[in-house]
Design a protein around this ligand. Structure first.
Ligand SMILES: NC(=O)c1ccc[n+]([C@@H]2O[C@H](COP(=O)([O-])OP(=O)(O)OC[C@H]3O[C@@H](n4cnc5c(N)ncnc54)[C@H](O)[C@@H]3O)[C@@H](O)[C@H]2O)c1
Length: 380
C-alpha cells in the first residue's frame, strides 16, 4: 500500500511574496500535499516568520542546505516548488534534482537555452517529474479549446492571434513612480534575465497557444520596445509554426485599460476559437455554416479533461487559483502514482513540463535577439 499524501517544500514565497501564496493556496484545493519544508526567504527574520505563519515543520537558511537535508531524510519532501525570482531558478532546480527530488519551478525556467536543456536532461536522467507553472493551461476552458482542436473541429490551424496586455508599468513611460518599486526585480537584468515583458507575460502566450494548438514555433520576427528602459515593456511578435501557419503575439505592460488581458484566437480551415482570461468561463466557437456558439464551464456541454478538472457548478466563477490547483492536481497525482510504481498515462501528465520550460526560454531568447536585429527572423 503506497502513501496517500505527499510532502512538498518551497523555496521563495515568503508571506509578502506574490506567487508563492498562490502555489500554497492551489496545493490546498485537493488536500493531497503537505507543506513540510521551506526556505521562504534569504532574510532570516522573514524566513522564520513565514515558516511560523505557514506551520512548516522544517525550516532552512538556504536552498542548498534544504536540498541536501531533504535528500538525506527517509521522510524527505517528494517535490519542491521554486517560487523565487528568475535568476535563481536554474541553480535551485539543479540542487534539488541532484538530490533526487522532483521539481515544480516558476516560469521562465531559467536564463539560457543551455541551462534549460541541462535541467531537462538532468530530470530525464534522474527519472524525476519536473513541472513548470505556465498557469493558463490549467483553465478548464483552455483544456476544452485544446480538445476541440485535437478533434479537428476547426480543421487545420492556419493562423493565431494572441495578446497579453497589462497597464501596470505605464508610469515608466513618464516620470519615475512608486509602481516601479513593486516587484522591482523584474526590471533588473541581473535578476529577471534578458527580458522583462516577454519573459514575464509573452512567455505565457507562447505556452498557452502551444498547448491549445499543439503547434511548435519555428521562428519569430519581433519589434521589441524598451521606451528608454533597460528591459522591454512591449513587443509585437510575428511567429511561424512548424506546420507553416503564422501567428501574431502582442505583450505589453504599458497599455492602459488592461490588467491581465490574455486572449487567444485560433483560426482553422473549418472554424475558430476565442478565449479571454478575464472572462475565463466561456469559450467562443465559430464553425463554418453554423451560428456563433459559446460553451460554458460547468455545463453538460463540456467533456474530456476540461470536464474532469472543473470543481464547482457553472455560474460560480473559477479562476486563477483554480487553474493553478489543476496544474498541481495533475502534478501531485503523477508524483503519487509514480511513487506507488504505477505507470503514468498521457492524462496523468497534463501539466506543463520542463520541455515546455525549454520552449519558453527559447522563445524569450529568440524574441529579444530578433528585436535587436530590427525584427529579422530568428529561429528557435
Ligand atoms: N505563473 C504565473 O502566473 C506567475 C505569476 C507571477 C510570478 N511568476 C513567477 O514567479 C517568480 C516569483 O515572482 P513573484 O512575483 O512571486 O516575486 P516576489 O518578489 O513577490 O517573491 C519572490 C520570493 O522569493 C524569495 N527569494 C528570493 N531569492 C531567494 C533565495 N535564494 N532563497 C529563498 N528565497 C528567495 C523572496 O524572499 C520572496 O519571498 C518569478 O519567476 C515570476 O516570473 C509566475
Amino acid at each position: 500500500m503506497g502513501k496517500d499524501f505527499i510532502r512538498y517544500g518551497m523555496v521563495g514565497g515568503s508571506a509578502d511574496a506574490f506567487i508563492g501564496t498562490v502555489h500554497r493556496v492551489a496545493n490546498r484545493f485537493d488536500e493531497r500535499t503537505r507543506l513540510t519544508a521551506g526556505c521562504f526567504s534569504r532574510d532570516e527574520e522573514k524566513n522564520r516568520a513565514s515558516g511560523a505563519a505557514f506551520g512548516t515543520e522544517r525550516l532552512y537558511a538556504s536552498f542548498q542546505e534544504m536540498a541536501e537535508a531533504e535528500g538525506r531524510r527517509e521522510d524527505g519532501i517528494d517535490f519542491v516548488s521554486i517560487v523565487t525570482p528568475n535568476v535563481s531558478h536554474y541553480e535551485v532546480a539543479k540542487a534539488f534534482l541532484a538530490q533526487g527530488i522532483n521539481v515544480v519551478c516558476e516560469k521562465p525556467l531559467c536564463f539560457t537555452v543551455q541551462q534549460a536543456e541541462e535541467l531537462a536532461a538532468l530530470s530525464r536522467e534522474k527519472d524525476l517529474l519536473f513541472g513548470v507553472t505556465y498557469t493558463y493551461m490549467g483553465y478548464p476552458m483552455v483544456k476544452f479549446a485544446r480538445q476541440l482542436v485535437r478533434e479537428g473541429k476547426i480543421g487545420r490551424v492556419i493562423n493565431v492571434s494572441a495578446e497579453y496586455p497589462q497597464e501596470w508599468l505605464i508610469d515608466l513611460l513618464g516620470e519615475a513612480s512608486s509602481t516601479a518599486q513593486l516587484s522591482g526585480w523584474r526590471f533588473n537584468p541581473k535578476v529577471a534575465g534578458i527580458s522583462n515583458c516577454v519573459g514575464d507575460i509573452g512567455t505565457h502566450i507562447e505556452n498557452v497557444v502551444a498547448y491549445v494548438t499543439g503547434l511548435k514555433i519555428k521562428r519569430v520576427a519581433a519589434a521589441v520596445d524598451y521606451f528608454g528602459q533597460e528591459l522591454d515593456l512591449n513587443a509585437n511578435i510575428l511567429v511561424e509554426y512548424d506546420n507553416g501557419a503564422k501567428g501574431n503575439y502582442w505583450c505589453s505592460q504599458v497599455s492602459m485599460g488592461h490588467y491581465n488581458d490574455l486572449v487567444f484566437r485560433v483560426f482553422g480551415t473549418e472554424g475558430s476559437l476565442e478565449w479571454h482570461q478575464e472572462d475565463p468561463e466561456r469559450l467562443k466557437v465559430c464553425l463554418k455554416g453554423q451560428p456563433m456558439q459559446y460553451y460554458y464551464r460547468g455545463t453538460g456541454d463540456i467533456y474530456g479533461a476540461a470536464q474532469a478538472c472543473q470543481r464547482i457548478p457553472s455560474g460560480h466563477v473559477e479562476g486563477f487559483h483554480a487553474a493553478f490547483a489543476n496544474i498541481y492536481r495533475a502534478y501531485s497525482g503523477a508524483v503519487l502514482k509514480k511513487s506507488r510504481g504505477e505507470a503514468l498515462t498521457e492524462a496523468d501528465l497534463d501539466f506543463p513540463t520542463v520541455e515546455d520550460g525549454v520552449e519558453g526560454v527559447k522563445f524569450i531568447n529568440a524574441v529579444v535577439a530578433s528585436g535587436k536585429k530590427d525584427a529579422a527572423w530568428v529561429a528557435l
